[in-house]
Design a protein around this ligand. Structure first.
Ligand code: 8DG
Length: 129
């Protein structure tokens, strides 16, 4: 079993909805974020991914760290994600990159109705309940 190290974010808006993204050619919704590259801290990786995927540049001082969570990887069989999970609020617009097929603001109580990555289903939603 291989490990994928990622940094990902719980992003909520003024309506208490959470942002879920579905990447191109995949089925499951998950947190914005992605793989941590060599030489990057998890927070640096998060800020880079949020800029790349959503064109947002949140203030690092306003980002809360929840810790590291492990779950089966959504899109890569026989891989586990080791995810550094952060949380922030975002009240402005987002502009999704080509690698994101769909982004939606979802009520956390309704999110279980969507196909979700295991990390989101088993760790993120319980954090928000
Ligand atoms: N971003 C993100 N990835 C997740 C979550 N849950 C989960 O299993 N993953 C998995 C999906 C992928 O197998 C892996 C992230 O890889 P990715 O391909 O999206 O990352 P990346 O943007 O850095 O893209 P690349 O370098 O591979 O092109 O982690 C999640 O909530 N957010």
């Amino acid at each position: 079993m291989s490990h994928i190290h990622i940094a990902a974010a719980i992003i909520t808006n003024a309506d208490q909805k959470m942002l879920l993204v579905r990447k191109k050619n995949t089925q499951r919704f998950m947190q914005a974020g992605g793989k941590i590259e060599a030489g990057e801290t998890p927070l640096q990786a998060l800020l880079r991914e949020l800029d790349e995927e959503l064109q947002i540049q949140p203030d690092p001082q306003q980002i809360i760290y929840h810790g590291e969570f492990h779950a089966p990887a959504a899109n890569e069989p026989n891989h586990t994600v080791h995810a550094h999970i952060y949380q922030l609020t975002w009240h402005n617009s987002i502009h999704i990159a080509a690698e994101i097929e769909e982004a939606r603001w979802e009520d956390p109580r309704q999110a279980h109705l969507l196909p979700l990555a295991p990390l989101t289903e088993h760790f993120i939603l319980p954090l928000l309940m």
